[in-house]
Design a protein around this ligand. Structure first.
Ligand code: PGA
Length: 247
C-alpha cells in the first residue's frame, strides 16, 4: 500500500502525518501487507524517524538522477536517498513524464541505475486519455515497460521491482478506472512481465494508481493481478491513508 506525497508537506507536516498513520495502524498491519511512503526529499528523514523502525514500512524517493554524483544541479542521487532511509524510488511517474518531459529511455536509465545501486524501483506506466481514445492503451504500456525494464536482469529478485499502472486520466481527477479497465491493463502488464521475467513474473507486484480512496480501495485490491495501490491525494491525510492501508 503505497503513498505518493508529490510536492506536499513540510518536515513538520510530514512528521505529523506519519505519526497519525502510525497511531491508527500500529499492531494492525496484516502480515502479508507492506506500507510505503514516497515523500519529498526534504521530508524523508522526518518520515523515517517516525516509521523507519516498523518492519512493514518502506521509505521511497519520488525521483532520482541516474548518476553516482556530479554536476547535476537540483538532482538527487541513489546514495543520498539511501542515506535518508530509502529502500525504494519511483521512476516514470506520469507527472515526471508529462510535466518534466522524461522519455521512456531516461526512465529506463533510472530503473537500471537505481537497481544497480541497491534501491528497489517502482516503475510507473499508464496511458493518457488521448491514447486510450485512440485505442493505444496496450501499445503505450508495452513500450513503457519494454524501455523502462530494458536494463533489468531476467533473474532480478522480484521484490526489487514493482510496476504501478496509473492511467494518466485517473490521476488526481477523481475518476477511477473501472474494474474491467483495471483488470485488462493489469493482465496485460502481467503477460509482458512473463515475457521479460519468465521465472519471476508472478512474484512481481503490480499496483494500481489513480484516485484510490478509502471507499474504493478494497474493491480495487480484490481484482485479479492487483497486488496493491499507489495513492496520491488520499494519502496526504494520515487517517485516510490508514483506512486504505487496512482496507
Ligand atoms: P491520485 O494520485 O491518487 O491523487 O490520483 C496517484 C498518483 O499520482 O500516484
Amino acid at each position: 500500500m503505497a503513498a505518493n506525497w508529490k510536492m506536499f508537506k513540510t518536515r513538520s507536516e510530514a512528521e505529523k502525518t506519519a505519526q497519525t498513520l502510525l497511531s491508527k495502524i500500529e499492531g494492525k498491519v496484516p502480515a502479508d501487507r507492506e506500507v510505503l511512503i514516497a515523500a519529498p526529499f526534504t521530508a524523508l528523514s522526518s518520515v523515517d524517524s517516525v516509521l523507519g523502525s516498523q518492519d512493514w514500512f518502506h521509505l521511497s524517493g519520488e525521483n532520482m538522477y541516474p548518476a553516482k554524483e556530479g554536476a547535476f544541479t537540483g538532482e538527487i542521487s541513489a546514495d543520498m536517498l539511501k542515506d535518508c532511509g530509502c529502500g525504494f524510488c519511483l521512476a516514470g511517474h506520469s507527472e515526471r513524464r508529462h510535466i518534466m518531459g522524461e522519455s521512456d529511455e531516461f526512465v529506463g536509465e533510472k530503473v537500471t541505475f537505481g537497481l544497480a545501486n541497491d534501491l528497489s524501483m517502482i516503475l510507473c506506466v499508464g496511458e493518457t486519455i488521448e491514447e486510450r481514445k485512440a485505442g493505444n492503451v496496450q501499445q503505450v504500456i508495452d513500450t513503457q515497460l519494454e524501455k523502462g525494464l530494458a536494463g533489468v536482469e531476467a533473474d532480478i529478485v522480484p521484490d526489487r521491482i514493482v510496476i504501478a499502472y496509473e492511467p494518466v486520466w485517473a490521476i488526481g481527477t477523481g475518476e477511477v478506472a473501472g474494474p474491467e479497465e483495471i483488470k485488462e491493463a493489469h493482465l496485460f502488464v502481467r503477460k509482458k512481465l512473463e515475457n521479460i521475467f519468465p521465472d519471476k513474473f508472478n512474484d512481481i507486484k503490480i499496483l494500481y494508481g489513480g484516485s484510490v480512496k478509502p471507499g474504493n480501495c478494497a474493491e480495487i485490491i480484490a481484482l485479479d493481478n492487483v497486488d496493491g495501490v499507489l495513492v496520491g491525494g488520499a494519502s496526504l491525510d494520515g487517517e485516510s491513508f490508514s483506512q486504505i492501508v487496512l482496507a
